[in-house]
Design a protein around this ligand. Structure first.
Ligand code: 6PG
Length: 463
């Protein structure tokens, strides 16, 4: 393992716990000794600060994984490894690299006879230590060499490891990128639900904890709902308040959500909830401007009129509804990318790998898995009958919450865009006939007709 930050260290310790002899490299001596001292008794874990030293001790074909920040550090590691490795060795990038970088590296290393795999790893620090969801892709020839290790360390659901080979080229990193896009969107939706319940219905942190805790026992059960319930109880160690109330409302991002949106635009796949989640982080970052604007556009906050229990149920329905829409959008993107970018992404396996260990694991995944098992070429989850049942059952509550958010001026952009996506997707007639007419009017862009095959242009009569 190259890079013994907390993720690299934990992943390596996890491997050692499963009986593999491992060795970690980091330039920082403190990190190499931290690795050794954290190892479970009886496991074989070495920390070294010379790359050559590490490479020399590995059995061939060497299996070298890196967990370093995306971008230049990955290229630097590759360059420093090249003089030390030999044909047939395997290099794995387990970070959040952009898939186009991964593709470039695959080609570059292929020419030198080195196998390179881009691999998504999800689950944060804890997941890496005890069982992450692992999304490898690329080199089919190399995969059998690393498969036993990856299956050993991955999270297990019903005894099945949450790892599978997820396609050609940069597929592993592509799948992880979209995983993160979905992660951004669900997190934004949870924040909107929090705002609606807190500002809209006056729930205290204790009440919010109880609501999320109850939700986590039902059809919203998921890692993100679970940690959200915990967050409301966390005390602040500097004031008598809860920590959540002391945290500045300004979010950063490392780019994976934005990349998801950027590539969805290139593919022509609509993922508006994910786009909106990225935009909302960007808006949150404009704190100073928002403070200024709040003086110009004062808001009278009144509590929603709906009885509390009923409103909580409606917010639950809306969150469930919109969460499904996020997965539908992300999975539709993966389906299209698998075809258009020739990555041959096996959709049933993607859903299966996400069932455990990752940040977006949820009790919903088995339903999605059934949908893709029944039809591996499903272009959109919304076309599955079981998914349709859940959406139909929760649409009324969703609309009530959306209307309430609008009336009370509580921002719920991801929720509203999920609902708009749904209403657009399920409508067989859209007003886009008029848009086509406009395009043809001013730009002779042509249009198709509903009653005849072909392409038409009209000399529109000016009034
Ligand atoms: C995971 C996470 C992780 C990711 C951040 C995104 O699956 O464990 O997706 O890999 O890097 O959660 O970080 P930002 O929110 O900072 O973009």
């Amino acid at each position: 393992m190259i890079g013994l930050g907390v993720m690299g260290r934990n992943f390596l310790l996890n491997m050692a716990d499963h009986g593999f002899k491992v060795i970690g490299f980091d330039k920082d001596n403190q990190k190499t000794s931290a690795l050794e001292s954290a190892a479970t008794a009886g496991t074989t874990v070495k920390g070294v600060s010379s790359l050559q030293d590490m490479v020399n001790q590995l059995a061939v074909p060497r299996k070298i994984m890196m967990l370093v920040p995306a971008g230049k550090p990955v290229d630097d590691v590759i360059e420093s490894l090249l003089p030390l490795v030999q044909k047939g060795d395997i290099i794995i990038d387990g970070g959040n690299s952009h898939f186009t970088d991964t593709l470039r590296r695959v080609t570059y290393l292929q020419a030198k006879g080195i196998h390179f795999m881009g691999m998504g790893v999800s689950g944060g620090e804890q997941g890496a230590r005890t069982g992450p969801s692992i999304m490898p892709g690329g080199d089919q020839e190399a995969y059998p060499h690393v498969r036993p290790m990856l299956e050993a360390v991955a999270a297990k659901v019903d005894g099945v490891p949450c790892v599978a080979h997820l396609g050609k080229g940069a597929a592993g990193h592509y799948v992880k990128m979209v995983h993160n896009g979905i992660e951004y969107a669900i997190m934004q939706l949870i924040c909107e639900a929090y705002d609606l319940l807190h500002r809209g219905a006056g729930l205290t942190n204790d009440e919010l904890h109880t609501v999320f805790d109850i939700w986590n026992k039902g059809d919203l059960r998921s890692f993100l709902i679970e940690i959200t319930a915990d967050i409301f109880l966390q005390p602040d160690d500097k004031t008598p308040n809860r920590l959540v109330d002391m945290i500045l409302d300004k979010a950063g991002a490392k780019g994976t959500g934005k990349w998801t949106s950027q590539d969805a635009m290139d593919l022509g796949v609509p993922i508006p909830t994910i786009d909106m989640a990225v935009a909302m982080r960007n808006l949150s970052a404009l704190k100073a401007e928002r403070v200024q604007a709040s003086a110009l556009y004062p808001q009278t906050t009144s509590l929603v009129g709906t009885p509390k229990e009923q409103f909580i149920q409606q917010v639950h329905d809306a969150l469930l509804f919109a969460t499904i829409i996020c997965y539908a959008q992300g999975l539709a993107q993966l389906h299209r990318a698998g075809i258009d970018l020739d990555m041959q992404i096996p959709m049933p396996q993607v859903v299966s790998v996400w069932r455990g260990g990752c940040i977006i694991r949820s009790v919903l995944l088995p339903t999605f898995a059934n949908a893709f098992k029944a039809n591996p070429e499903l272009s959109n989850l919304l076309l599955d009958a079981e998914v349709a049942k859940i959406l139909n059952a929760n649409a009324t509550g969703t609309r009530a919450v959306a209307a309430m958010a609008i009336q009370h001026g509580i921002p719920a952009a991801a929720l509203l865009s999920s609902l708009s996506y749904f209403d657009t997707y399920r409508n067989k007639q859209l007003p886009i006939n008029l848009l086509q007419a406009q395009r043809d009017y001013f730009g002779a862009h042509t249009y198709q007709r509903i009653d005849q095959e072909g392409t038409f242009h009209t000399e529109w009569a000016k009034k």
